[in-house]
Design a protein around this ligand. Structure first.
Ligand code: FNR
Length: 359
């Protein structure tokens, strides 16, 4: 029997992942002024030593008002780079590839973190909050101010901020950059007719709604080294009639491929609270499968992937090129090592030499 597909290396441009297991980006809500600290180092270090192929750092604000909470990670100034560099150096030294998700929270910004007694509520200006911005001056939740509708020059500034953040990411040692265009945050809110009610060049038709995506991809690709893969996380459907759809995602993915995007990370939802979502194991895998086949681009599958045999089947059946695990890697940082054993992989064990000799 050959080695399992999950432990076949994946090459994207100049980067080779030792296996198909990635840590999905997960906000830690533990930063001050956007800086990474010992918590971020420990969070990443544990999963690198635990054998994942790729670690994608949490949604990281490209501008201060692009954070979800005042405690989100940021990369809007050069001073953020050294602490991130410490993290990526450790990850790289332990055989994993460090990646980062660049993000702008849009109308969902300026919220209290989940650990706060007022979780998800608006953080007023005097408590360190800000006025959220979006394609349209429309609230997402029921509290907080009406967001500011971005002007066209302001949209261009955000695109430039994504590019500047991508340059800093490379300086910080990240080798994969992912753009966050999912979950109702700024990128997705331009795509979705549920959130974008503009009537200018950045709204209306499909053409208008994908403009911010394509321009941002182009600006980021232009500053990334040729050998650095670019990922985009999409919400592949809004799960409601009249929302952003899987067909839209396929067409957007075709265009992204032409612009030099290497992988579409296939999530769903987040544009509205009124969607009914059939959550269960593999529930988002069909989106990764369809985009992979119809747009001819590598995809990542995410969402309730928890078992080694389950992950193996997704890759072996050609439904996705990469599996991303979120919560299971919080429970079990060494999941990859367990999967390696359970699947009978013949590639080298994804384990640090400090532990390997003892086991
Ligand atoms: C998330 N998720 C998420 N997604 C994203 O694109 N950027 C982010 O920063 C975060 N942050 C985040 C924090 C925490 C604590 C959780 C649990 C989730 C979503 C996450 O990446 C993933 O898509 C979902 O959790 C589904 O995968 P699992 O957890 O079922 O494997």
């Amino acid at each position: 029997a050959g080695s399992p597909s999950l432990f076949t290396p994946l090459q994207l441009r100049g980067v080779t992942l030792r296996n198909r297991v990635a840590m999905s980006p997960m906000c830690q809500y533990s930063s001050e002024d956007g800086f990474a600290n010992d918590w971020h180092l420990a969070h990443h270090a544990a999963r690198a030593v635990g054998g994942v192929g790729l670690l994608i750092a949490e949604a990281t604000g490209v501008v201060p008002e692009g954070r979800i909470t005042p405690n989100c990670l940021g990369i809007w100034k050069d001073q953020h780079v050294p602490a991130l560099r410490r993290m990526t150096d450790f990850v790289t030294a332990n055989g994993a590839v460090p990646g980062i998700q660049l993000a702008h929270a849009g109308v969902k910004g300026s919220r209290h973190r989940p650990l706060h007694p007022q979780r998800n509520r608006y953080v007023p200006l005097e408590e360190g909050g800000w006025l959220p911005v979006g394609p349209t001056a429309k609230r997402y939740g029921s509290d907080g101010p009406v967001p500011h509708e971005l002007t066209v020059p302001e949209i261009h500034e955000v695109t430039n901020a994504f590019a500047a953040a991508a340059e800093r990411s490379i300086a910080a040692g990240f080798r994969v950059v992912e753009l966050h265009f999912a979950h109702g945050y700024l990128g997705h809110s331009f795509l979705s007719p549920l959130m974008n009610e503009r009537e200018d060049d950045y709204g209306g038709s499909f053409e208008g709604r994908v403009r911010f995506l394509i321009e941002t991809v182009r600006a980021v690709r232009a500053v990334l080294p040729e050998d650095a893969p670019l990922f985009v996380r999409l919400s592949c459907t809004d799960w409601v009639e009249g929302g952003w759809s899987l067909d839209d995602s396929v067409e957007a993915s075709r265009r992204m491929k032409e612009e030099g995007v290497d992988l579409v990370d296939c999530s769903t939802g987040g544009a509205t609270r009124d969607a009914s979502i059939p959550v269960g194991p593999d529930y988002q895998v069909p989106f990764a499968e369809r985009i992979r086949k119809d747009a001819g681009i590598a995809t990542g599958a995410v969402g309730l992937i928890t078992e080694p045999a389950q992950a193996e089947a997704i890759v072996a059946e050609g439904r996705a090129d990469l599996v991303l695990l979120g919560r299971q890697l919080l429970r079990e940082p060494h999941w990859s090592l367990r999967a390696w054993g359970e699947l009978g992989a013949t590639t080298p064990a994804p384990i640090a030499p400090e532990y390997a000799w003892a086991l």
